[in-house]
Design a binder for this molecule. Sequence first.
Ligand code: URA
Length: 194
Amino acid sequence: MGYEELDEIRKQCASCEKCGLCKSRTNTVFSGGIPNDKLMLIGEAPGFYEDKQGEPFVGKAGQLLDKILGCVGLSRNKDIYICNTIKCRPPENRDPLPEEKAACREFLDKQIEILKPRIILLCGRVAVNSMMDTAQGITKLRGKWFEGPYFSKMMPIFHPSYLLRNDSREKGSPKWLMWQDIKEIKRVYDQLCK
Ligand code: URA
């Protein structure tokens, strides 16, 4: 399916100067993976390597994300569209400021509107706070399905950088919980998208 409209938005994003992050960025990081109407992942913000390469999730956390997806046969080259809450790297990888998220929001909204994915994964706290009106933390929310935009199903999941800081694979550990979540995601993906 053609999603040419996304190319137009990507161009607008590349020249955006709506917040201060445009001064320190090397590249905007608009999206990675494959535009499709099935599966989208929304992360937090570009980090050091993403800023250098203009691609989301290419550092250590991204490599772990690829591995997790691969465990259930999903790949960024054919199955998933990957983007972030904001498209420019915050200095020292600090949390995006409310005004930065607000300035960037139109790009994320357009990505969702154009693709209308059946499933949206909210990867980490920043993505959850951007897409859901809730005071609950990611630990409570992860693994559950919520109603998302355009009748999508939305699931909060742990951010891979959190998993990198938690080595255990024991039952109940963050890595074990992620394994339960990715299996559930694949189950629903197969149901809705095949
Ligand atoms: N972490 C994110 O949330 N997004 C990226 O693109 C890279 C790391």
